[in-house]
Ligand binder design. Sequence first.
Ligand code: FES
Length: 112
Amino acid sequence: DSSSDSARADGFAPVGTITDLDRQGQILNKEFDRGSILVIRNPSDPKNVNAVNPTCTHAGCTVSWDSDQKLFACPCHGSQFAPDGKVVQGPAEEPLTAYEAKLEGNIILAKK
Ligand code: FES
């Protein structure tokens, strides 16, 4: 496959940098695993990151990170999800898809 995607033997691929994460508060990468990935600092363990697919499981809107409430919030019908993707408030009933993610220096890697 001739994509420029640099997936590695261990299945992790770069999705952004810590520099950008800290500048923006969240990183949305729309070309991950044929979908989107949204990365945040783990609120309870800020040396690590959480990564989810930001597609709301209710009706497919894109959630964003609310750093005050420490929740992913959906703009369409008000669903809220915890940093690991679990439903905090409906109408969504299924969690966001979570990705395994880790840091290598300044690079954020997530597993496809
Ligand atoms: Fe997210 Fe309905 S699409 S709450």
